[in-house]
Every structure is written in C-alpha cells, then in structure tokens.
Design a protein around this ligand. Sequence first.
Ligand code: UDP
Ligand code: MG
Length: 328
Amino acid sequence: MIGKKKVTILVPAYNEEDVLQQLYSRLINVFNTLPLYKFELLFINDGSTDETLPKIKLLREMDNRVSYVNLSRNFGKETAMIAGLDYAEGDAVIIIDADLQDPPELIPEMIHYWENGYDDVYAKRNSRSGETWIKKTTATAFYRLLEKVARVPIQRDTGDFRLLDRRCVDALRQLRETQRYTKGMFSWIGFNKKEILFDRDPRAAGETKWNYFKLFDLAIEGITSFTTTPLRISALFGCIVSFCAFIYMIWIIAKTMLFGEPVAGYPSLMTVILFLGGIQLISLGILGEYIGRIFNETKNRPLYFVDEYNNVKINNFDTNKLQAVSKE
Ligand code: UDP
Ligand code: MG
C-alpha cells in the first residue's frame, strides 16, 4: 500500500490535566472516521505545574500516535506553537486548543478542503458562547482596530484553530522573532486560504490562562509587530500641534505689538505646556514600544528550550538548528 498522508494534531497544553482524557477520546473518535490518514497527536507541554505531563506520558504508553515535547518552562502559547511546528512530522498540521473550545469534529472538513488544494483552512467563530460580553466586545474592537492599522489583513474572530499544509508550516518556521503574534503571521505568509465557520464552545474544564493584562499585551504585540502606523500617527500629531503653536505664536506677537501685554496668561500657558507634555510622553511611549522590540529581537535568543521529546532528554546546544534534525 502506498504511504498514507500524515496529519499532525498540535496541542499546546498548559495546566490542562482536567481535559486531556476528554480531548483524547474525542480526537480518537475523529481519527477513526478517517482511516485513510495517519495521525500524530503532538502535545506541547508548556511548563505545566499540574499533572498534565504524566497524563500525556500515560497516553503515549497506550497509544504510539501520541508524541510530546516538554518545554523547559512556561513560554506562552505563541512559543509553544512554534515549538510544535518545529517538531510536527505531518504533511499537514492542525493546531487545536486543549480545552475543547475548538471542536475536533471539524477536522474532517478541514482535511477535505486541504485535499482540494487549500493550504490554510482556518475555523472562524460564529459565536463565542461561555465568554463574558466584555471579552466579546473588547475582542471585536481589537480586531477592528488591528485590521485598520495593520497592512496585512487579519482574519477576524479566528483563533489558532486551523489546518496548515507542510508548505505553510515550513514558511512559519522561518519566522523566528521572539515576540510572536502568530495570528498575524498566518496572514503574512499568504498561500491559499479557506474559511470554515463554527460555534465556539465554552471551555470543557479548567480555567482560561488569559487575563486582561495578557490580552492587552497580545494586543500591543499584534499592533507593533505588524505596523509602524502608530509611529506615523505620533509624528503627524507632532506636526499638527507644532503648526497650531506656530499660528498661536504669531497671534501673540501681533497682539503684544498692537495692544501691549498686561501680563496674565497663566492659564493658557499651563494648558499649552500640559498638552504638549502629554503628546511628548505618548510619542516617547510609542517609540519605546518599538525600541523595546528591537532590543528583544537583537538579543537573538533561541525561542524556547526543550526538556524532553518522547522520553528522550534533549540537549539544546543550538536550538534553532537542532530542531531541523531532532526528529531524525
Ligand atoms: N496555553 C499554553 N501556554 C500558556 C497559556 C495557554 O500552551 O501559557 C494553551 C492552553 O493550554 C490551551 C490554549 O493555549 O490549549 C488556549 O488557552 P486558553 O484556553 O487558556 O485561552 P482562551 O481559549 O481563553 O483564549
Ligand atoms: Mg480556551
């Protein structure tokens, strides 16, 4: 028989002990409906502090389709995903959250479109059940803002749940910036995209790892890694303010020459100083944001370190190169 195509299911997992079993059985049910494919179920244990890793190891003992990468500490989901892409063996990779908010039952449809020539089949949420309205509105507002300022189209209401062809995976693996905004990268690499719709379920168990601080961070990440528009806005702002100040200056000079100056003017002076001070601080902040990114990227550190891959302890002597060969 000719070799079956292999599909890697990539699951970043951080303290997900409560859902693993459920996730595994739902995935296996899906695998069973697709006998024409080989599957690899690749867990990236992102420094979990609970029983996630032992549970993954148990699954591997029962089922050799299960693989895992144990990262040396918690690096965050974005980094866990690139680690997963580095280690995935499949002809296609499907990224899915461990918490079952992304229904595995969508996988056959994704594979169907993949077979029809699409390289990136992404699932778009119809609704966000189980999430507070604050999260819903902030998410919508953010996507809208990002779309306006970034020069790459970013798919709205789309998470990381998607199928990527090997070509996309290899493209993504070359984007090795440390501050990652993967959602934008999916758009940036291009290739043939296909959208499918689904209803996002509430988390099956456990708790979300995101808080508003982290989400804010991700938002800043998204904007600063894909556009320099804020820099331009602050420059534009500076121009407008200087222009107004110039007109005002002429007015003051003219007024003083014509009518003299009986002092006063404290309130207007104060207002102008405060206003300009504010604008300067904002512009400095924006500059700082970009300089910080340059600083982080120039350090050129490896993105992550691996502790263990499928029961083998890994020596990370040159992580960026090692990943290419580690699977052989
Ligand atoms: N995750 C991770 N590292 C982290 C935080 C989260 O690998 O530092 C994983 C987590 O285990 C889950 C996915 O990323 O599989 C999405 O996390 P979560 O459900 O907490 O995010 P939300 O669905 O609320 O956006
Ligand atoms: Mg979730």
